[in-house]
Design a protein around this ligand. Structure first.
Ligand code: C2E
Ligand code: CA
Ligand code: CA
Length: 680
């Protein structure tokens, strides 16, 4: 026992109940109070633990002696080396036959424990202090139940501490973010991630969660730093928005549209749905921009963008491709008629008049539609085909809707080849003129119409109907028109000086030529260059060209008249101009379209129309020339009705210059073969 008592790492002693003197102490106990094994024996406990120590111990000793139960306490002492030491003391009563004889005293050094505990307490206190001083929201929870929350977190979420404590963390996460948060809770890693918190008012607050596990208040807890990232998210969203949207209209831009549309197509593909892509282009927008200025143009585009978006459904995708082009990807709808209905609605919405800076303007859109999957498998292809269909609606007079047709795409491809060839032809001047005589009532030549031909290296002579529309669409008509004008004037001067011709040469104009700035000056220059005077030139304009902007048209015509040039309205009757409209313009001739002559003289309707036109034209002092006269009956009929002239295969076909020259020569009155009058 002695050996054991000497070697265990605890201090042991025995005190007598009577007198409280020490009857036994092991060396560790004695040393603790600066004594040894023998000097400690017989000492009163007050002598051993000192005055101050006795004060502390007294109550415990009294409890033990009074109640006969073990007691336990901790206290701080100074050890033999003068260092503070924490000890735990246990006193166990020694009872014999119900009488307390003494007490066993066991003393353990608990300094290390005490220090560790103090450290924990201190760090907990520090953490708590930090938590409440932090600008960032902090929430503690244990197994999802909130145990502590600091003021910034409360402010961020709009609650009071009472409202949050004891509730589940997930109650403060909106349903759509719960799966994500839950996954983190379960996986329990220490991570940071962006998510959303649910404010008391139901709004979503973008936050960053930083999750840490730690020991707190003696329990393993999780601390979540809830960082308000609204500013960052807003900035990011703004950048995203700028990158993905068109600045003027706020619609998706081309790239963003392509991305989103590709996703939609992928979905439609897997679900076997069909979707429609629409290409919408404003008619004559450039003219509005040029004449009313860019601010007005911008305002108009904005209005149009709003109207397009307003006429569509939630799931439809609208974008501005640039300029006056808009592309729409419709959410799946039932069939082509439904798509056509949307297009019609768009047409009406966009076409409604717009008030801009006091002026009322209205634009019509031309719309092309391509359908997925039949018209294309990718966004790119659909856009290309819808664009193509849109061009076809423009060609057909604008303000209309067209669905893409593969057959037309074929034609468009051919057009593309033709376009390249045509550009080449313009550079190489592969054009020549044929001339078709116009004859008067008495059979005299009252004019020659110059008709352009393309001398194609492989295809031979190509007629204007096959390339003029394309030349107009691709802005090649100006150089071609210029060339026609110069060639025609040169020929006119030559024939006149050869004494073959007194009548003017008529040249057809395209609307682009007529509208081009400096058009009249160009005519004047061409006349001068050829050494011709104005009376040698007649210009043929279509009704459509005269309808545009009446004042500007009138101005230009007056200037042309001042040069001595005469003006004819070509293909009259095919447009929608009233004669009344023409009354205000300085026009010399009406060329009545071939379609009115074709069925003469048998067809009543044609005859009635023809008679009416001639009568009204005469009332306005205009000459009438009938086009497309192919038979003697037609010639006789139109002459009898009072037409001043006629033109057509019956008189002569369009001829190359050399052939025409011979034709003219043959008809000279002094020519041996006799006057041409009898021949026709
Ligand atoms: P257009 O101005 O109406 O010219 C008359 C067209 O009718 C010519 O066709 C002519 O060959 C044809 N024609 C003449 N008499 C008869 C007839 O009795 N019966 C029939 N069936 N046809 C007849 P072409 O030469 O093919 O020219 C077609 C169109 O091309 C012209 O129609 C004109 O609009 C345009 N065009 C021709 N040359 C030029 C040009 O230099 N510049 C511009 N911008 N357009 C031109
Ligand atoms: Ca003509
Ligand atoms: Ca004509």
């Amino acid at each position: 026992m002695r050996l054991l008592a000497k070697n265990v790492p605890i201090a042991v002693a025995y005190f007598e109940a009577v007198g409280l003197t020490c009857r036994y102490a092991n060396p560790r106990y004695a040393r603790m109070f600066g004594l040894d094994e023998s000097s400690v024996l017989g000492c009163h406990f007050r002598e051993i633990v000192g005055e101050e120590g006795a004060e502390q111990v007294q109550p415990y000793a009294e409890t033990l002696l009074r109640e006969g139960v073990p007691v336990r306490y901790e206290r701080e002492v100074t050890n033999a080396r003068g260092q503070p030491v924490w000890i735990e003391v246990q006193m166990v009563p020694h009872t014999e036959e119900g009488v307390i004889r003494g007490a066993f005293v066991l003393v353990t050094d608990i300094t290390r424990h005490r220090n560790a505990e103090a450290a924990v307490r201190e760090s907990e206190e520090r953490l708590a202090k930090f938590m409440h001083a932090s600008q960032e929201g902090i929430v503690f929870h244990q197994d999802g139940v909130i145990t502590d929350v600091n003021p910034p977190a409360l402010a961020l979420l709009g609650y009071t501490a009472e409202e949050m404590l004891g509730r589940m963390t997930l109650e403060f996460v909106p349903p759509e973010a719960r799966a994500q948060v839950m996954a983190v809770l379960v996986a329990a890693p220490e991570i940071r991630y962006d998510s959303i918190a649910l404010h008391k008012d139901g709004s979503r607050v973008p936050v960053e969660y930083i999750v840490r596990s730690m020991q707190f208040k003696g329990e393993r807890q999780r601390m979540i730093i809830v960082r308000d990232i609204r500013a960052r998210v807003e900035a990011e969203a703004r950048i995203q928005h700028i990158a993905h949207h068109d600045a003027l209209t706020g619609l998706l831009n081309r790239t963003a549209f392509a991305d989103t549309a590709a996703q939609r197509l992928a979905r439609a593909r897997t679900q076997g749905q069909s979707v429609a892509l629409m290409f919408l282009d404003l008619d004559h927008f450039k003219r509005i921009n040029d004449s009313l200025g860019h601010p007005v143009g911008d305002l108009l585009l904005k209005t149009v963008a709003e109207r397009i978006a307003g006429a569509l459904r939630e799931g439809d995708l609208v974008s501005r491709f640039g300029g006056d082009e808009f592309v729409v990807l419709l959410a799946p709808r039932a069939g082509q008629p439904a798509v056509a209905e949307v297009a019609t609605r768009l047409m009406a919405a966009v076409g409604a008049p717009v008030q801009v800076q006091g002026a009322t303007i209205s634009v019509t859109p031309s719309i092309g539609v391509a359908l997925f999957p039949q018209d294309g498998d990718s966004v790119e292809e659909l856009v290309k085909h819808a664009d193509l269909a849109m061009y076809q609606s423009k060609d057909q007079g604008r303000a209309r809707l067209r669905f893409f047709q593969a057959r037309l795409a074929e034609a468009a491809r051919a057009d593309l080849v033709l376009e390249a060839e045509l550009a080449h032809a313009v550079r190489e001047q592969q054009f020549l003129l044929h001339y078709q005589p116009q004859l008067g009532r008495d059979g005299r030549t009252i004019g020659l119409e110059a008709l352009v031909r393309w001398v194609h290296p492989e295809r031979g002579l190509v007629g204007p109907n096959h390339f003029i529309p394309l030349a107009e669409a691709r802005r090649l008509i100006l150089p071609i028109g210029e060339m026609v004008l110069r060639q025609a004037l040169r020929a006119a001067v030559q024939w006149r000086s050869a004494g073959l011709l007194t009548a003017p040469v008529a040249v057809n104009l395209s609307s682009q030529q007529f509208r081009a700035p400096g058009f009249v000056d160009g005519i004047a220059r061409a006349l001068k260059a050829a050494g011709a005077h104005g009376a040698m030139l007649e210009l043929e304009l279509t009704e459509r060209m005269l309808m545009d902007d009446i004042e500007a048209v009138r101005e230009r015509l007056v200037q042309l008249k001042a040069l001595g040039v005469t003006i004819a309205v070509d293909d009259f009757g095919t447009g929608y101009t009233s004669l009344g409209h023409l009354r205000h313009l300085p026009i010399d001739r009406l060329k009545v379209d071939r379609s009115f002559v074709k069925d003469l003289p048998g067809d009543e309707r044609s005859a009635a129309l023809m008679r009416a036109i001639v009568q009204m034209a005469q009332a306005l002092g205009l000459e009438v020339v009938a086009e497309g006269v192919e038979t003697i009956e037609q010639r006789d009929w139109v002459v009898a009705q009072g037409c001043e002239g006629w033109q057509g295969y019956f008189g002569a076909r369009p001829m190359p210059a050399a052939v025409l020259e011979a034709w003219l020569r043959e008809r000279l009155p002094q020519h041996p073969s006799g006057p041409g009058f009898n021949k026709s």
